[in-house]
Design a protein around this ligand. Structure first.
Ligand code: ZN
Length: 107
């Protein structure tokens, strides 16, 4: 696990206020392979927080594409309310959280 640019955790925490009172950490996992998924969100009970985990290779190749990374963060934050759905309500929330049309769809 490795930290990402602080601006991405700041973005995540600013947007997360719409869906949770818990803090959100954004990290990359060099051992997570992009072929599985680009990013996922996990909930931890102790300490109570969410982690958005980027696949290391994907993050490394895209970390300077701010809009793309923020789009994915917004998408993952919508999964706080809809963990197992990419349905209409999920897509609407993802849009409210800042995801562009493309990232309101399954990723
Ligand atoms: Zn998704």
């Amino acid at each position: 696990m490795a930290p990402v640019y602080p601006k991405y955790s700041q973005y995540a925490n600013r947007k997360a206020k719409m869906v949770t009172a818990l803090p959100v950490k954004v990290i990359e996992n060099p051992a997570m392979h992009t072929s599985t998924c680009k990013a996922k969100i996990l909930k931890y009970r102790k300490p109570r927080e969410y982690k958005i985990v980027f696949a290391g290779g994907f993050y490394g190749a895209n970390k300077n594409k701010t809009e793309k990374i923020e789009d994915i963060i917004s998408h993952e934050l919508a999964h706080i309310k809809y963990p197992n759905s990419h349905g209409y309500a999920f897509r609407r929330l993802a849009g409210e959280l800042g995801a562009s049309k493309r990232y309101q769809l399954p990723r």
